[in-house]
Design a protein around this ligand. Sequence first.
Ligand SMILES: C[S@@+](CC[C@H](N)C(=O)[O-])C[C@H]1O[C@@H](n2cnc3c(N)ncnc32)[C@H](O)[C@@H]1O
Length: 253
Amino acid sequence: MELAWIAAGVALLVLAYLVRSLRALHRKINRNADRVSRELSGQTSRIKEEIGHAYHQVEALEQLLPILKLKAPLPASRGWAASPDFLLALSHITQKVRPKLAVELGSGTSTLVLAKSGAKKIISLDHSVDFGNQTKEMLASHGVRGVDIRIHELETYPQGYKWYAKSTFKGLAKIDLLVIDGPPSSTNPDARYPALAHLIPLLSPKATIVLDDVFRDEERKLADDILAALPGHTMKILAHEKGTAVIAPRLGK
Ligand SMILES: C[S@@+](CC[C@H](N)C(=O)[O-])C[C@H]1O[C@@H](n2cnc3c(N)ncnc32)[C@H](O)[C@@H]1O
């Protein structure tokens, strides 16, 4: 009889242990399921966002191609290169502004877009011999002549930063359209910020400034500070893939 009580006690203990273990396992499975579900929903949002971006880039490219009247292939867009939504906006701005002098920081397809959209004189600064020469070859393959691509490695300034060499923009004046898409942020922190000190004083009073990548904090700060330096101007942020800022004279100015 005593043995039976002991056996029943042990059975109860085992049962309690099993129930406890099962509950712990259940909690663990629930926690993991929650984590997997959160991760899946994050990935799904990112995939949806990327499909949205890709679709908008196709829409922009379709509108851009008739303007460019291509004679040769275009380099790949997006990533390091400008995205079609930025390039389409740049084309329309160039057609509207009809700049006598357009200056660009960071050459590429944007240089071709400037040339094909009616910019009269284009000066494009590039710090890279390879990429600057690629742009030159690409322009030649499209039959575009007369663009002044100034290739020079970045120069170290007394303030400690590296930026386009003074010799490449010395003597420039009355810039009607300034495109800021370089140097790359990999070259030094706040890589594009010196454009404020060096090129804003060289703008014509009605100049338009177009900045790529303003969804990054550094480029957004540069755009805000350029706007603050030009009280007669106003800024529009276009919800492009990488964010585009367009700083233009206020209407009526
Ligand atoms: C943001 S990119 C300029 C893009 C250009 N405005 C365009 O329309 O494609 C800035 C600089 O990065 C360099 N660059 C371009 N493509 C690159 C690549 N795939 N890898 C590393 N640097 C690159 C070039 O020297 C260029 O001046």
